[in-house]
Design a protein around this ligand. Structure first.
Ligand code: ZN
Length: 126
């Protein structure tokens, strides 16, 4: 099943809401540990969170949460970019259409299920 125009605009809305929500959360978390100046880096260009974690007095759990939020923000942002470029819903690995059910369940999905599973096997989360 291909994604329909109406579904696409709903997904865009959901992604934008998620994007704004994640940016707020990320800023809030950074402010809690006095690192709000890192927000622009994290919410902007791809950032190596490892550099931040060596900074003084930051707890591992805070960094993990911020890391998770920054990664999700990145995935959502990339989905919005693909939408703007007209490539949304195409698997970034094999180029095939990602089934609508998958996109509706996970609007930021960048890969079809088979490619995602292979990607996760090849890049296990630490
Ligand atoms: Zn694929």
């Amino acid at each position: 099943m291909q994604i329909e125009t109406e579904q696409l605009s709903q997904l865009k809305q959901r992604l934008l809401e998620r994007y704004n929500h994640l940016r707020r959360d990320l800023y809030h978390e950074l402010r809690k540990i006095g690192r709000e100046e890192d927000f622009k880096d994290l919410a902007g260009e791809v950032h190596d969170i490892g550099e931040v974690s060596v900074a003084d007095g930051i707890f591992e759990t805070d960094i993990e949460l911020i890391d998770v939020q920054a990664r999700e923000l990145r995935r959502v942002e990339e989905a919005l970019v693909r939408m703007a470029q007209g490539h949304y819903g195409e698997c970034i690995d094999c180029g095939q259409a990602i089934p609508a059910e998958r996109l509706l369940a996970e609007p930021e999905a960048a890969r079809c299920l088979a490619c995602q599973q292979r990607f996760e096997r090849e890049h296990p989360a630490h």
